[in-house]
Design a protein. Sequence first.
Length: 263
Amino acid sequence: MEALRTVSTVAPPKVITAHLSKPLFSLSFTQKRSKSPLLNLTQFTKSKFTKFNVISPSVWTQPAAPPEEETEPDTDEKFDWFSHWYPLMPVCDLDKRAPHGMKVLGLDVVVWWDKNANQWKVFDDRCPHRLAPLSEGRIDQWGRLQCVYHGWCFNGSGNCKLIPQAPLDGPPVHSFPKACVGVYPSTIQYDIVWFWPSTDPQYKDILSKKKPLYIPELSYPSYAFQTYHRDIPYGYEVLIENLMDPSHVQYAHRGIISAKEPR
Ligand code: FES
C-alpha cells in the first residue's frame, strides 16, 4: 500500500519520531454515512490567505529601490500537542473485565473500567513500584487495577490501596504519594474514550474548561454511525495524505471496497 511508502514533509512531535516497536498512532473512527445529499462532512472552506502580485504602470525617473523582502505569514506558531483531547478507543471495543494498553503520542497508557465509579479510567501504563505495565495486570474482585508483578492494587483515583508484601502492623507505605499511579483526565464523547495527555494535577478538571472536539454533524439524526478502532504502524500525517488521495482507491483497494474498475 503506497501510504506505507509515502515520505511525509510534516514534522511530527518529537516524541513520535522515536523508533518504536509498537504502532505509532491509534485511530478511533466514528464513521457516519450521510443519508442526505445536502450534508457532507468533507466540505472544505476556502483559505482566507490570498497572495496578489501587483505590477505598477508608473514610469520611474529615479533608480528603483531594491525590492523589499516579501513578508510571509507567520507560520512559526507552536502547536502544543499536549494541550488537546485525544480519542483513545471506541467503548464498543473495550472489555470491562481487563485493562487495555495503548500508545498515543509516545505515551503508554492503560484504559480500564472502574466499576466503583462506573467510568472508564486512563492511567499511566507504569506501575510506580517497578514500572511493570499495568495493562498486563487484572481487575481484582473489588474493582481495583492490580499490577501483574507484585500485586499492588490501585483505585480509580490512582491511589495504591494494597501492597501485599507490606506487614499489616507496619507503616502505611501504600498511602505514600510515590505509590500512586499517574491518572490522565478522560471522558466519553461519540461513544469513544478520550484522554488529556497530561497527568499533572493542574489538568484534573480540564474537562470543565476545555471539551473534546465537537463535530455538530455527528449529532444530526440524518447520519447513521459506526465506530471502530485500528492500530496503524505509521504517523497520522501519512494517513491524512492517504485519505486525501482518492485516486488510489480503485487500485490499492481493488476488490475490497466498491469503486470504478481500474483502467
Ligand atoms: S511492579 Fe507493580 S507491583 Fe511490583
